[in-house]
Design a protein around this ligand. Structure first.
Ligand code: NAD
Length: 336
């Protein structure tokens, strides 16, 4: 099947071409993101393959529909960038890769927590400059701390288990609690209690209307002074302006982000020779207790191989008129 691949980076091409040796699809790679300006590149392609910052809003979906596209194959787990109501009305089949390596994201989450707890981002630079002073590097033991996990699905549950290995007490909130985790001493509590009790809060729920700006002025007010906040899920779970105010006041003691609500204009590109215009993002970078990575939590060898293989499995199943293993079920997705 002829597939238009958007937001292609050299590594996407490498992994997809390698996996495609077992599938034999006709893959056509486009560097731009899919937006209303670039949608015409997909004209005549029955399938498009997109990533986290491609825009599948009503305008783009209508264009794709009119130009003959039937399958939207997301090469990621989240689908918040797709207008599902419109996609359903237009009869698109939408597939995704619900699980490729939850371990990759869970491990990156732990990397952010540990780096912030031990100020590794500061000491890395200091030692390179011959500065071996310890002032400002005072760390925090994870042992004995309370970690709050919002969303205990595939990624959140692995983060919970890893934090328990560091002797944290884990409290969690999920609209659908996991019985197995509860039997492992994870204590399910309400949102408010989680915010009040946690020394570390890490977000692993999807971005849906109910979770948009879940971290805001009001929820930050409930948290402990000096709380560590981690977001490797989706940027818009966090109100960035409120977070900046909380960093300035000391309410947030450490912030680790792999995602940012306006990341589509920044992430995955080398902007090192440009003046970055996003003042909110740049303000966050000025704090000594903030680490930001550019949506790299998923980016491991294992995960990239699995994403490529599972994306192409979805395309093959669609071509054969079988149910794709990663079929997005509208009713469930719209209800969440
Ligand atoms: P998942 O669907 O397995 O788990 C999500 C969990 O959140 C579920 O248990 C669900 O019940 C729960 N949930 C839903 N609504 C909630 C709410 N209002 N409050 C609390 N919990 C709620 O998803 P996953 O595979 O664990 O992925 C979690 C998120 O991680 C994804 O939505 C995606 O946005 C993000 N992600 C990021 C990266 C990255 O590279 N940074 C990679 C993969 C996934």
């Amino acid at each position: 099947m002829k597939v238009a691949i958007f937001s292609t980076k050299p590594y996407d091409r490498e992994f997809l071409e390698s996996a495609n040796q077992s599938f034999g699809h006709e893959l056509v790679f486009f560097e731009p993101r899919l937006t209303s300006q670039t949608a015409s590149l997909a004209n005549g392609f029955p399938a498009v393959c997109v990533f986290v910052n491609d825009e599948l809003d009503a305008r783009v979906l209508l264009h794709l529909h009119r130009s003959g596209t039937q399958l939207i194959a997301l090469r990621c787990a989240g689908y918040n960038n797709v207008d599902l109501q419109v996609a359903e009305q237009l009869g698109f089949v939408v597939t995704r890769v619900p699980a490729y390596s939850p371990q990759a994201v869970a491990e990156h989450t732990l990397a952010l927590i540990l780096a912030l707890a031990r100020r590794l981002h500061k000491s890395y630079n200091r030692v390179r400059e011959g500065n071996f002073a310890l002032d400002g590097l005072l760390g925090m033991d994870l042992s004995g701390k309370t970690a709050g996990i919002i969303g205990t699905g595939k990624i959140g549950r692995l983060v919970a288990k890893r934090l328990m290995a560091f002797e944290c007490h884990v409290v969690a909130f999920d609209t659908q609690p996991d019985e197995e985790l509860a039997s492992f001493d994870v204590e399910y509590v309400g949102y408010e209690e989680l915010f009040r009790r946690s020394d570390i809060i890490t977000l692993h729920c999807p971005l849906v209307p109910a979770t948009h700006h879940l971290i805001n002025e009001d929820t930050l007010a409930l948290m402990k002074r000096g709380v560590m906040l981690i977001n490797t899920s989706r940027g818009a779970l966090v109100d960035s302006q409120a977070v900046i105010r909380a960093l300035k006041s000391g309410k947030i003691g450490a912030l680790g982000l792999d995602v940012y609500e306006e990341e589509a204009d920044l992430f995955f590109e080398d902007l090192s020779n440009q003046v970055i215009q996003d003042d909110v993002f740049m303000r966050m970078l000025t704090f000594p207790n903030v680490i930001i990575t550019g949506h790299q939590a998923f980016f491991t060898q294992n995960a990239m191989e699995a994403i490529a293989r599972k994306t192409l499995e979805n395309v093959t199943a669609f071509e054969r008129q079988e149910e794709p293993p990663g079929l997005l079920r509208y009713r469930e997705a719209l209800a969440s």
